[in-house]
Design a protein around this ligand. Structure first.
Ligand code: NAP
Length: 321
């Protein structure tokens, strides 16, 4: 089997000039900043954009805390991507399936080819977390959603719940209200985790919050019709009629891709990096939400990307290229 896979990989890569100094896996703010810096250092740079997980930033309806920019996440990403291309970074819209250490660098094996690079920057971000309750999977696309910007417009004038108490949940609730949904936020505690400025925006719009409550299950027929909740303080079950439910209970890092390389991760799956964004494997760097950094913001992801590119530059230079 392994032999067949290797043969397939060799066939896919035959005759193609796919040699780079730096390959960046991911095209969110960390990956794109790394691409801008790497290309500007004069390194042959390629960045891979994958569909799953899409950059969390591309799904963010409003950005207010990235210095010098106000708008939506998709717009900001497009600007970053164009900047990276302008400086000569190459873009591949291909899913990376495997990374492999080889003599003098790494192989990046995608669904349609094999690339080689001297250094790799992992910037794969994270994917939305699920609640794991009955009905959730069943009604995905039929009332259950993890993306307010993608699906919100289907629920204009309708009753929706947003689950979560972090920045994403509060931003989503505000966005859904703005586009005309009848929104209620459900949070498992009696205080929100979201930053103060967002909380003020939420309360200013009179968006109701169901406190101390969790979702037990989602029920319906063709589509989701109600959420059964539990008030954890009063130990009371109750039902809420809904047309939709947006789940925003955090992200889990998308780091399975580094497993074969022996890159160390923490128990939650975040890649362990030092202050230079180096992993424990020489030539492998990581940046952004996939790392074990304390703050997960667009601006810190960009900072990580710049540092990772600088470290990759030093590493490639040290190899005498
Ligand atoms: P988060 O900050 O990890 O918050 C997740 C929220 O979901 C928390 O309120 C948590 O409750 C709740 N939760 C988790 N598991 C749950 C469960 N099983 N049932 C019910 N509730 C559950 O995640 P996030 O809001 O997606 O943000 C991810 C990162 O991106 C954060 O670092 C955030 O700051 C950043 N971000 C920033 C911005 C911005 O700056 N504008 C926007 C979006 C995201 P507890 O509070 O009780 O733990």
């Amino acid at each position: 089997m392994e032999a067949l896979i290797l043969q397939d990989i060799q066939e896919r890569s035959e005759g193609e000039g796919r040699e780079y100094d730096v390959a960046i896996i991911g095209a969110g703010p960390a990956g794109l900043t790394a691409a801008i810096y790497s290309a500007r250092y004069g390194l042959r740079t390629v960045f891979f954009e994958t569909v799953d997980p899409a950059s969390q930033l591309s799904l963010t309806p409003v950005i207010e805390n990235f210095p010098g920019f106000e708008g939506n996440g998709f717009e900001l990403l497009e600007k970053m991507k164009n900047q990276a291309l302008k400086f000569g970074a190459e873009h591949r819209f291909e899913n990376v399936e495997k990374l492999r250490k080889v003599s003098g660098g790494f192989e990046i094996i995608t669904e349609s080819g094999v690339y080689r690079a001297r250094a790799i920057i992992i910037a794969t971000g994270g994917k939305h977390r699920e609640l794991g309750v009955p009905g959730e999977k069943e009604f995905v696309g039929k009332g259950v959603s993890y993306c307010a910007t993608c699906d919100g417009h289907f629920f204009r004038g309708k009753k929706v719940l947003v689950v979560g108490g972090g920045n994403t949940a509060v931003t989503d609730a505000i966005y859904l209200k703005e586009i005309g949904c009848d929104v209620t936020l459900v949070h498992r505690r009696d205080e929100l985790r979201a930053e103060k400025a967002l909380q003020e925006e939420l309360f200013k719009r009179n968006i109701p919050v169901i406190w101390n409550s969790i979702v037990l299950r989602v029920e319906g027929d063709e589509r989701a019709k109600k959420a059964v909740l539990l008030n954890r303080v009063e130990n009371r079950e109750f039902e809420v009629e809904i047309d939709g439910i947006f789940i925003a209970v955090g992200i889990r890092p998308a780091t399975d891709i580094v497993m074969d390389l022996g890159v160390e991760r923490d128990p939650a799956g975040y890649i362990k990096v030092d202050r230079k964004q180096r992993t424990n494997v020489e030539g492998v760097f990581a940046a952004g939400d996939c790392c074990d950094n304390p703050l997960k913001q667009v601006v810190t992801a960009c900072g990580d990307g710049a540092v990772a590119a600088n470290s990759a530059f030093e590493y490639v230079k040290m190899m005498g290229v």
